[in-house]
Design a protein around this ligand. Structure first.
Ligand SMILES: Nc1ncnc2c1ncn2[C@@H]1O[C@H](COP(=O)(O)OP(=O)(O)OP(=O)(O)O)[C@@H](O)[C@H]1O
Ligand SMILES: [Mg+2]
Length: 233
């Protein structure tokens, strides 16, 4: 298993009450899968991503990555864990506005030992003609592709995506998801995608449904749809 969560709770306390952002969650995630996490606002999706990616520590329970316990790591060890294994894509692309496309992508590669060649990734995401443009000269879909390329140059084991198509129209969103699907096939990158859009669940191998800090259902899709065939909710 790539990830294993054992009785993980994340509790926020204030003077009057305790809020369980995650409530005794048990979960296993297989390497190479596309995982989609669905659930209403406040159900614990981002908290789950933060715990898996070592941005946050659980209040209780254990988190394993590659059979190593990561919830007890110190800051330096956590930084190394993220640097060596993880990539991130967000709804807002987080590009550096005074750097070109090429320079933005290079930011992702500097950190890693097993980087992919920048040229290969740029071709893969269809940005070859845009290398010397600046973010303001790009469409939303193109900006998201730069963010994807930046996350991928270091060839991460896991790519975390929080609402990756939230700022995109249907057609652009589907094309971005198609790209993620192709990357998953080609590089066996495990993808953990958080979304409000239930249509996206059809392109996942595994769908995790959350509510009130709990996993209420885990669905294994027998058939996986191409992103281009999704019907947008
Ligand atoms: N830093 C914090 N302090 C206190 N409460 C928090 C904190 N972060 C999250 N919470 C609470 O934990 C619960 C889960 O939040 P989380 O952000 O994981 O939800 P979400 O499913 O990602 O929601 P959304 O779809 O709106 O992004 C919510 O009730 C939220 O208010
Ligand atoms: Mg969230």
């Amino acid at each position: 298993m790539l990830y294993k969560l054992v009785n993980v709770s994340k509790i926020y306390k204030n003077i009057t009450n305790e809020n369980y952002a995650l409530n005794k969650v048990n979960l296993e995630i297989k390497e190479g899968e596309i995982i989609v996490i669905l659930g209403p606002s406040g159900s614990g999706k981002s908290t789950m991503l933060n715990i898996l990616s070592g941005i946050d520590n659980p209040t209780k329970g254990k988190v394993y990555f590659d059979n190593k316990q990561i919830d007890k790591l110190n800051d330096k060890q956590l930084t190394n864990y993220r640097k060596d294994n993880l990539g991130f894509i967000f709804q807002s692309y987080n590009l550096v506005s005074n750097l070109t496309v090429k320079e933005n992508i290079e930011l992702g590669g500097e950190l890693s030992k097993n980087s992919l060649k920048l040229k290969e990734i740029v071709k893969e995401v269809g940005l070859l003609p845009y290398l010397n443009k600046y973010p303001y000269q790009l469409s939303g879909g193109q900006m998201q592709r730069v963010a994807i390329a930046r996350a991928l140059v270091k060839n991460p084991k896991v790519l975390f995506c929080d609402e990756p198509t939230g700022a995109l129209d249907e057609e652009t969103g589907k094309n971005v998801l198609k790209l993620l699907q192709e990357i998953n096939k080609k590089y066996k990158t495990t993808m953990i995608i958080v979304t409000h859009n239930p249509s996206i669940a059809l392109m996942a191998n595994t769908v995790i449904k959350m509510n009130s800090g709990e996993i209420i259902d885990i669905i294994k899709n027998k058939e996986v749809k191409s992103a281009l065939d999704l019907r947008w909710a």
